[in-house]
Design a protein around this ligand. Sequence first.
Ligand code: MN
Length: 495
Amino acid sequence: MRTDPAKARLVKGATGDWEVIVGLEVHAQVTSRAKLFSGASTAFGGEPNSHVSLIDAAMPGMLPVINRECVAQAVRTGLGLKARINHRSVFDRKNYFYPDLPQGYQISQYKSPIVGEGEIQVDLTPEHSIKVGIERLHLEQDAGKSLHDQSPTMSLVDLNRSGVALMEIVSKPDMRSADEAKAYVGKLRTILRYIGSCDGDMEKGNLRADVNVSVRRPGTPLGTRCEIKNVNSIRFIGQAIETEARRQIATLEDGGTIEQETRLFDPTRGETRSMRSKEEAHDYRYFPDPDLLPLELDPEYVDALAAFLPELPDAKKTRFMAEYGLSPYDASVLVAERETADFFESAVNHDGMKRDAKAVANWLMGDLAAHANAQGIPVAEAGLSPASLATLVDLIAEGVISGKIAKDLLVMLVGDDRGAEPRALVEARGLRQVTDARVIDRAVDAVIAANPDKAEQAKSKPGMLGWFVGQVMKSTGGKANPQAVSEALKRGLGI
Ligand code: MN
């Protein structure tokens, strides 16, 4: 009997089972050179207040002008999320007072966002996926940054980030566990990176999530939710959900109630803390920005962007399985980063010949990935070109080198012999596999002659063959063909 997946993810409380409900609001920084309504640079890490136009500083009389590229990025993203593109959207002022918000309001989209409902396929395992609904995607400005540790008596402000374009991507409350939420953010990040509309760099804060969590008894209406603000790593998103769900369950089981509020996750203490009671939309006094016309998009414009959308991860995974006969697992790993998928395909098809795709995948996901991970760099930047990986696989297939030598060869190619041509390197280092029967027989005879006792024992204990193979491989520097060695040993030992 199979476990009902809906039951398996329930949380056990002291008084029975609880269901955890999660919805996410992800803020993704739009990849563009200039800000949403000004020409100032979006470059990360500049001197404080060096990328600030008069608009970003909210000087009186300045007028915002929409950045075309940011609009195109939002539309591309909407298409990638299989979402409805709204041909007419409106920018609103969201009013609140904060020292890092010089305008006194954020230009955002409220009732008419640029992108409406969509859907993401979230892979929980390579074989099992769920659908998570997208509620909307809207464009808005980022705020500046208050610095409280620069002066003993004052807080300073850096407006470099002020006015940078963000896409706020709001999911439906379709997730039921921390794992589902983590997989959702991972998949969303992959899609954004494929499209090139956000680099997904969570360490720089370019992708961050507000996490909405509530709990309920299975089958009952939704409970009151709390929003955990600005969680900036996938691991912390998972921890924040688990911590907050436990807090809510404990509160309810003690007879308490959950107040709708905004909370902060403190990863070092492993707790969420109340920040402020939740604002309602009317607290922001939204109204259409009188300085900006409604944004109208021609259907032809949207169609043109759709035509140039790259192949997205789900489609690529399906194609990799069909075209190269890969398992769902291998295909999932390879498509997680677009560069890795491209690397794989150019290695398989290098020189116009189709080589063993599974062998290429194994080397890519095994030895090469291990080397790249150890250095914390992407596989595609590990120092081995797709052409070199293809040649390495060919050399094994042709019997020129053994799998064991190939591992050494790979280490040379990503290390001291970076950039070398694999075939030339095999010759230069004398790595060619020995298949010459006379050479192998000579090595086998020498090992048997040096170990007469063991050779005698082997006649009654054929399991000792492995030890002899090891000795011959050692004496030939790993270059003898293991198959041929094994055959020669059986003859020599008479087993
Ligand atoms: Mn927002």
